[in-house]
Design a protein around this ligand. Structure first.
Ligand code: KIV
Length: 289
C-alpha cells in the first residue's frame, strides 16, 4: 500500500496517510476460515489512538480497540473502570486513523451483561459514534443469548473466552485457564456456544494450548489466540506490550521492540540539552530575515 503525506494546515504537521483503499469487512474475515482451515493467519493488534492506527493499519487485518486501554492509556488497575465514553472516544480515533483493517471495539464491563437489550443499547451507540464494524464482548455460554440478539439486529460480534479479564474477581487472577477437567470442558462449551450464537470470530485468551488447538480444529469461525496457540486462525497482542512499553508482561507476550528504552533515552537527551542550553539550536529558532 502506498503512503502519501498530507499537510494539516492547522498544525503544519505532515501526517503520513495511507492511500484510501477498500476496507476489509466482517464477512471477509469470517471467510478466511473455509472448511475449518485458515490458509493465511489473521493479524490483529490493539490500537487506541489515530496515529497508532495509521501505523498499524497496513500490516493488520483487524484493529481491536480493547478495553485494555484502561490500564494502557489511563493507568487504571484493571479494565473494570473503563466506560462507554472512553470506548467511543478511542474507537472513533482508531476508525479515523485506519482505512484497511476491520475495527472492532470492546464493550466495557457493566455495559452489556444485564440483558440483550442493555447490550444492544451499548453496542449500537459504539457503532454509531465510532463507525467501527463490530464489537467484542467477553463470555461464552452465559452471553450466547445476547450474541444472538445483537447479530440478528445487525451488530457483528467477536466473542472472547478463556481468560476473560473483566471476570478477574471471579477467576481470582490472570493465570492461564483450563488446567482442571471442569474448566477445560467449560471453555470448550463456551467456544461452541458463541459460534452457535452467531459470533463471527472468537478470541481465546490465556488457556492451555490443547484447548486453543481443540477449539481451532472444531469451530468453523476463526479463533484468534492470545496466550493460545500458533495453530489458532489468527493472533492478537496488546500493542504497548509488544512494543516493550511495560516492564512486566504476561508469558504470552513477545516484545518486538523496546520503545520504553528508546523513549527514556530520547527524554534524557532532551533534558540534558535543555539544561546545557544547546536546545533549541539555530535550526529550531526563527531568525530575522
Ligand atoms: O482488551 C484487550 O486488549 C483485549 C485483547 C487482549 C484481546 O481484549
Amino acid at each position: 500500500m502506498s503512503t502519501t503525506f498530507q499537510l494539516d494546515t492547522a498544525t503544519s504537521r505532515a501526517h503520513p496517510t495511507p492511500a484510501p483503499m477498500r476496507r476489509l469487512t466482517v464477512p471477509a474475515i469470517r471467510q478466511r476460515k473455509l472448511e475449518g482451515k485458515t490458509e493465511q493467519p489473521l493479524v490483529m493488534l490493539t490500537a487506541y489512538t489515530a496515529r497508532m492506527a495509521q501505523l498499524l493499519d497496513p500490516h493488520c487485518d483487524m484493529l481491536l480497540v480493547g478495553d485494555s486501554l484502561g490500564q494502557v492509556i489511563y493507568g487504571l488497575p484493571s479494565s473494570l473502570q473503563v466506560t462507554l465514553d472512553m470506548m467511543c472516544a478511542h474507537g472513533a480515533a482508531v476508525v479515523r486513523g485506519s482505512y484497511h483493517s476491520v475495527v472492532i471495539v470492546d464493550m466495557p464491563f457493566g455495559a452489556y451483561e444485564a440483558s440483550p437489550q442493555q447490550a444492544f443499547a451499548a453496542a449500537s451507540r459504539i457503532m454509531a459514534e465510532t463507525g467501527c464494524a463490530a464489537i467484542k464482548l467477553e463470555g461464552g455460554v452465559a452471553m450466547a443469548e445476547t450474541i444472538a440478539f445483537l447479530v440478528s439486529r445487525g451488530i457483528p460480534v467477536m466473542a472472547h473466552v478463556g481468560l476473560t479479564p473483566q471476570a478477574v474477581n471471579v477467576l481470582g487472577g490472570y493465570n492461564a485457564r483450563g488446567r482442571t477437567r471442569q474448566e477445560h470442558d467449560k471453555i470448550i462449551a463456551d467456544g461452541q456456544a458463541v459460534e452457535a450464537a452467531g459470533a463471527f470470530a472468537v478470541v481465546i485468551e490465556g488457556v492451555i494450548e490443547p484447548i486453543a488447538i481443540a477449539l481451532t480444529e472444531t469451530l468453523q469461525i476463526p479463533t484468534i489466540g492470545i496466550g493460545g496457540s500458533a495453530r489458532c486462525d489468527g493472533q492478537v497482542l496488546v500493542i504497548d506490550d509488544m512494543l516493550g512499553m511495560f516492564e512486566r508482561v504476561p508469558r504470552f507476550v513477545k516484545i518486538y521492540e523496546n520503545l520504553a528504552e528508546t523513549i527514556g533515552a530520547a527524554a534524557a537527551k532532551y533534558a540534558a540539552e535543555v539544561r546545557e542550553r544547546s536546545f533549541p539550536g539555530i535550526e529550531q529558532t526563527y531568525q530575522p530575515k
